[in-house]
Write a protein that binds this ligand. Structure first.
Ligand code: DON
Length: 304
């Protein structure tokens, strides 16, 4: 099967298609992007690589970073992390406060903002140099030393981060945040501000296609079981209240971000990343979803 021809063909179809999405504007700095940007990068376990369009352009990965923070916390603390958060899809939007009251401050899963804030708190508690250590973790996963936070994006989000500030303080009121909420939020905004290209994202998610083994460093980042579980969570919770739709149409574990990035993993086979900044009403890339649906349909390579 020739992946490059399939990707090229779908890229051309989707590029020309009408895009009803809108670039995220609640973080003002995210508007500072060409809304027509569109890139794809495919990395397979067998070394096949193929990229097209803006696949080398760094963008704000936002919630895609929640997979990195969960992976680092899981590798450090093991199953103990599940005392602090759940593994159920929330069926609500990424920034919802609604279930936390009845769930006594235990977020439903690590991919909604509430869950990622708890994961951030765990990282602060167990890493003395957490800002540096997290960055090194992502750099090792990707094999790219230049990956960095964007101060511009983090400052822009912090200035208007009212819902996340509310979430963090609300969780703290239940005793499920150990550190100072302001410190937790600063690090959470930094994590979300990471800038990476589709190529870097695909290469850095290969450990999840490879049973937890980072192929760049040959290090076992997660156990096989942990890697399986993170894929399971991406499948059930990676797209918030659109997770069912993504499973239905695409059939791969994946994670989206409001910067317009989506990364999807076929365990044992490949990783594919798409970037197109205009989002649908659920906060997921409009063209990214379209591209991936066509890709797994035409390549017949989904997990189902
Ligand atoms: O916390 C926020 O609202 C953003 N930094 C990240 C949200 C996000 O990417 C949701 N994904 N689709």
């Amino acid at each position: 099967m020739s992946f490059d021809l399939i990707i090229q063909d779908i890229y051309n179809q989707v590029k020309e298609a009408q895009d009803n999405g809108k670039v995220a504007s609640y973080i003002p700095e995210l508007l500072n992007v060409n809304p027509e940007s569109f890139g794809i990068y495919f990395s397979a376990n067998n070394q096949v690589r193929y990229g097209i369009g803006d696949c080398g352009y760094k963008f704000s990965i936002q919630s895609v970073s929640k997979v990195f923070s969960l992976s680092l916390a899981y590798s450090l603390k093991g199953e103990d992390i599940w005392n602090r958060l759940g593994v159920e899809p929330s069926g609500t939007s990424y920034n919802s406060l609604i279930q936390l009251e009845t769930d006594h401050g235990i977020p439903r899963n690590p991919f909604i903002n509430a869950g990622a804030i708890v994961i951030t708190d765990i990282l602060i508690s167990c890493l003395p140099n957490y800002r540096h250590d997290f960055l090194e973790f992502v750099r090792k996963l990707s094999g790219v030393k230049s990956i960095n936070y964007s101060a511009k994006i983090a400052v822009s989000e912090k200035a208007v981060g009212y819902r996340n500030i509310a979430l963090c303080n609300f969780i703290k009121s239940f005793g499920n945040i150990e550190n100072n909420p302001e410190e937790v939020l600063d690090f959470y905004f930094d994590i979300c501000s990471l800038e990476m290209s589709c190529e870097e994202l695909s290469n850095s998610f290969l450990f999840l296609a490879n049973q937890g083994l980072n192929p760049h460093s040959n290090e076992q980042v997660l156990t096989k079981s942990q890697s399986k579980r993170i894929n399971a969570l991406m499948q059930t919770c990676g797209f918030y209240d659109e997770s069912g739709e993504f499973a239905f149409k695409v059939g791969l574990p994946g994670k989206s971000g409001v910067g317009g990035g989506i990364v999807a993993v076929h365990p044992g086979e490949y990783v594919i990343s798409v970037w197109s900044p205009k989002l649908n009403e659920k906060g997921n890339s409009f063209k990214g979803m379209q591209f991936l649906e066509k890709f797994t349909t035409e390549s017949r390579l989904s997990i189902f």
